[in-house]
Design a binder for this molecule. Structure first.
Ligand code: KIV
Length: 277
């Protein structure tokens, strides 16, 4: 697979070829995602919950994002790498947003950035795009402002709320975003938005008609056991496999079944050993 670009993703939308995207937060995961031919890797601020044990994404810092983007870029040369802008890193001013988006690109080396919000961040998106940085939007359920939304709930239910989400999508496209994540919105609203927009939509709880789908790696692999949202399909249960492997490891240490002769090193002869004793 040659390096993925936002232009190629737009061509995929135009040709009706569905786009796949998943998260990765480290080198080995990124390497495997690339090997599977997935088109986009998101280094999401979901890392706070998936790998750092927090119960929300709000506390994520620029330093944490950069720390995790770097190994993903090294492990996955082919997919488009999206770096998430943490909460509070783009809301103070357009200047603050440009400075922080530039840091993710220069220090993390991601290809594009993503930020949450609709109409209210459209000017910020335009400013970042004008500074030469491709921006992906994220609307519907926006986890960084989940307190304001009143919890992890489906957004855009009913005509008025649906119109609001549609207007958000149009405002982001107008501002120059190259693509949009649609999280937890009614399927037929996501279909309408996907048909109205020229840029790709990537759904997570956005139903079957988006241009692509994204899942958090740890959710789809069964590595996050705290809760499983309705939109997640668990493709494997790696947690069970890992616990089983670790239990066998413990058992084999107790019984002496591990290590075996093939795992050990020679290098001290019998005579040498006698003298050492
Ligand atoms: O941080 C993340 O993983 C995300 C996805 C839920 C799209 O933003």
């Amino acid at each position: 697979m040659a390096k993925m670009t936002t232009q190629k993703l737009k061509e995929m939308k135009d040709q009706g070829i569905k786009i796949s995207m998943t998260t990765a937060y480290d080198y080995p995961t990124a390497y495997l995602v690339d090997k599977a031919g997935i088109e986009i890797i998101l280094v999401g601020d979901s890392l706070m919950m998936a790998v750092l044990g927090d119960d929300s994404t709000v506390a994520c810092t620029m330093e944490q994002m950069i720390h995790h983007i770097k190994p993903v870029v090294l492990g996955a040369p082919n997919p488009l790498i999206v770096g998430d802008m943490p909460f509070g890193s783009y809301n103070v001013s357009k200047e603050q947003a440009i400075v922080n988006a530039t840091r993710l690109m220069k220090e993390g080396r991601c290809d594009v950035i993503k930020l949450e919000g609709g109409k209210e961040v459209a000017d910020t998106v335009k400013a970042i795009v004008d500074a030469g940085i491709p921006v992906m939007g994220h609307i519907g359920l926006t986890p960084q402002t989940v307190s304001k939304l009143g919890g992890f709930k489906v957004q855009g239910k009913g005509e008025e709320a649906a119109r609001g989400v549609l207007e958000d999508a149009l405002a982001l496209q107008e501002a120059g975003a190259w693509g949009i994540v649609l999280e937890c919105v009614p399927e037929m609203l996501a279909k309408l938005i996907t048909e109205k927009l020229e840029i790709p939509t990537i759904g997570i709880g956005g139903g079957r008609y988006c241009d692509g789908q994204v899942l958090v790696f740890h959710d789809m692999m069964g590595l996050f056991e705290k809760f499983t949202p309705k939109f997640v399909k668990q493709y494997r249960n790696l947690a069970d496999e890992m616990v089983s492997a670790l239990s066998t490891f413990k058992e084999e240490i107790r019984t002496g079944a591990f290590p075996e002769e093939k795992h050990v090193f020679g290098g001290v002869g019998e005579e040498e050993l006698k003298r050492l004793y």
